[in-house]
Design a protein around this ligand. Structure first.
Ligand code: UDP
Ligand code: MG
Length: 319
């Protein structure tokens, strides 16, 4: 609201199906921010939840005047929800964090202190220990960071969406008009001075993580294709390798033909058809992914659509 004091700190929390424990989370975050003795706001983005999340937010906003909230018209995904939050955040520093208390609010004072000293434009909390996630989750996360680092040069190993971001970086992030933003990658890509502090990933306060194997794969493809065109060069390179291979095999076949032993080699033919066939499909798939991205960007559809607001002075109903 325009008559509100301009906050120094804005906490941005995307919320999806967290109605059950929103109260406890808010109590902790509000207490932590209040202890810093600076004007603050708590921005909640309801990412199209279909439980009681929005009604809980409305109730809590009476108790906590610092609450500013947006309800999106449907589930747009965490990245879009974060972006919507950044759009309306007015603080000199913006803290992004999860709403399930896996990002411990106790860390906020330290982040704030580092930012106050002027040591960093972005204070980033990096995971040192993951709760009790499955071995599969840990292995795929490691593999993901490794691949990302190798092919895009953007190092986001163990990074999380728990960050304190200076206003000037937020402004830059908001000018990046990608339709499918990958927030962690973008904050790394924009540069600026970063300080990393380790933290232990807490257990989820309730509910379950919304990531399925499928959605993680989608995130992976999104992250890779938005930060690197190496897979495309890889396609051309593999084409070249296959060409060399085909030439060698061609010579070999001709030689066999010349020496009158041509009938054998049925297995080789079948294998070659299978290998080249699958490889071609894979390469086409890679090209298709990038084409899909271009298609998404060209459509210029909004990244999120706002359905309802609480205490928001001005926001476009879409972005
Ligand atoms: N979230 C969201 N939209 C979604 C999925 C998740 O806004 O489509 C929010 C969720 O409410 C939480 C944060 O993003 O605040 C992290 O989600 P989650 O705990 O499911 O992910 P994980 O901690 O397993 O990475
Ligand atoms: Mg979580």
């Amino acid at each position: 609201m325009s008559d509100r004091q301009r906050p120094i700190l804005s906490a941005v929390l995307p919320v999806f199906q967290e109605g059950a424990h929103l109260g406890e989370m808010l109590a902790q975050v509000d207490r932590t921010l209040a202890d810093l003795n600076q004007p603050y706001e708590i921005i909640l983005i309801d990412d199209g939840s279909y439980d009681d999340t929005w009604s809980v937010i409305m109730e809590e906003s009476v108790r906590y005047p610092a609450i500013v909230a947006l309800q999106l018209s449907r589930n747009f995904g965490k990245e879009a929800a974060l972006l919507a939050g950044l759009r309306i955040a007015r603080g000199a520093a913006v803290i992004t964090m999860d709403a399930d208390l896996q990002h411990p609010p106790e860390l906020i004072p330290r982040m704030y202190e580092i930012w106050c000293r002027g040591d960093a434009d972005v204070v980033e909390a990096v995971k040192t220990f993951r709760g009790e996630e499955s071995l599969f989750y840990k292995t795929s996360a490691k593999l993901f960071y490794f691949v990302m680092n190798c092919i895009s040069g953007v190092n986001i190993a163990n990074s999380s969406d728990f960050k304190l971001i200076d206003r000037k970086v937020v402004i830059v992030l908001l000018t990046l008009a990608e339709r499918k933003p990958f927030f962690r990658g973008l904050t790394e890509w924009v540069g600026f001075r970063k300080v990393r502090i380790p933290f232990m990933v807490a257990e989820r306060i309730g509910g379950t993580s919304r990531w399925s194997f499928f959605s993680l794969t989608k995130l992976f493809i999104n992250a890779v294709t938005s930060f690197s065109t190496v897979p495309l060069s890889f396609v051309s390179l593999s084409g070249l390798v296959f060409l060399v291979f085909a030439l060698l095999l061609g010579c070999h076949t001709l030689y066999i033909y010349g020496s009158g032993r041509a009938v054998s080699g049925f297995t080789t033919v079948i294998l070659l058809i299978l290998i080249t066939g699958s490889w071609l499909m894979l390469c086409l798939g890679v090209v298709g992914e990038y084409l899909g991205r271009v298609f998404d960007e060209v459509k210029k559809r909004p990244r999120f659509i706002v359905r309802n607001t609480i205490n928001v002075s001005h926001v476009e109903d879409r972005d």
